[in-house]
Design a binder for this molecule. Structure first.
Ligand code: CP
Ligand code: NVA
Length: 306
């Protein structure tokens, strides 16, 4: 396994499957891991808001006997202009891993080059790989093996969509991404996901018709229409996204047993209806819980402890 986890593409298909299996064990036998990270400190740096990532990482580390240090970018000297490289060099002398939520992916890459400890992407504008681990574990728990399943992502071709394209492709899934024209996932990610899918037996489809995309899907997934940092575009986006709303009509078009996922936070009445997120197909709370188990498994792997 690579030293850092900046993208889902840092894991081979086998490493991804093994990591998800470890996360399943970590979840079912938490007592086996209570001291697994004893003596390990993890810095968690947030340059954007967070509820799930912050708390799930903190509790993942504590429940394995490690020590999390949660920091906001603003309270660090980073907020006053100290470089990300120098921050990485210094933190590497104190902690055993650095988890960063930030804007540009490049910032994570710079940090990873400067740090002498593993760096984890806990969301950038480009990817949300830790989210994808929890998403895939949730599908496995609720619907069994991933290969051959169709996951339809509706809405903005954003960070979450990018990680799902890569992770779904690595798992042999058919990933359909239905977006308004102009909001597709970036071509570089689509090409890479297609390459992976060609090897794994998966498939990638980028489409613009939400009903067609939902038809027959095993999993329906959506995320906010305007991500963190895009708040100024929210009104403009709200004009083009409504037909991609994950509502009962799209649930009805999907497989009878369709699983509904959302990375959260959700804007009920926008990208998803209250009826669907609270409905019988939804597994969003399990999905949120799985952030904790998958991230514990990830850190254990990066530390070479499991
Ligand atoms: N899904 C997710 O990353 O949530 P937070 O922004 O609350 O961490
Ligand atoms: N795409 C969203 C995900 C939030 C967890 C964002 O970047 O704001």
């Amino acid at each position: 396994m690579r030293r850092h986890f900046l993208s889902v593409d840092d894991l081979s298909p086998t490493e991804l499957a093994d990591l998800l299996a470890l996360a399943g064990r970590v979840k079912s036998e938490p007592g086996d891991y209570t001291t697994a990270m004893a003596g390990k400190a993890v810095a968690l740096i947030f340059e954007k808001p967070s509820t799930r990532t912050r708390v799930s990482f903190e509790i993942a580390v504590v429940s394995a006997g490690g020590h999390p240090v949660v920091l906001s970018g603003q309270e660090l000297q980073l907020g006053r202009g100290e470089t990300i490289e120098d921050t990485g060099r210094v933190l590497s002398r104190y902690v055993d891993a650095i988890v960063l939520r930030t804007f540009e992916q490049e910032r994570l890459e710079i940090l990873a080059r400067a740090a002498s400890v593993p760096v984890v992407n806990s969301l950038s504008d480009f990817e949300h790989p830790c989210q994808c681990l929890a998403d895939l574990l949730t599908v496995i728990e609720h619907r069994g093996p991933l290969a051959g399943k169709t996951l339809t992502y509706l809405g903005d071709g954003n960070n979450v969509a990018h990680s799902l394209l890569l992770g779904g492709a690595k798992s042999g899934m058919r990933v359909r991404c239905a977006t308004p024209p102009g909001f597709e996932p970036i071509p570089q990610v689509v090409r890479r996901a297609e390459e992976i899918a060609a090897e794994s037996g998966g498939a990638i489809e980028i489409v613009h018709d939400p009903v067609e995309a939902a038809t027959g899907a095993d999993v329906l997934y959506t995320d906010v229409w305007a991500s963190m940092g895009q708040e100024a575009e929210a009104d403009e986006r709200a004009l083009v996204f409504p037909i991609f709303q994950l509502n009962q009509k799209l649930v009805d078009a999907a497989d009878d047993d369709v699983l509904v996922l959302h990375c959260l936070p959700a804007h009920r009445g926008q990208e998803i209806t209250g009826e669907v997120i609270d409905g019988p197909h939804s597994a969003v709370w399990d999905q949120a819980e799985n952030r904790m188990h998958t991230q514990k498994a990830l850190l254990l792997r990066l530390f070479g402890l499991a």
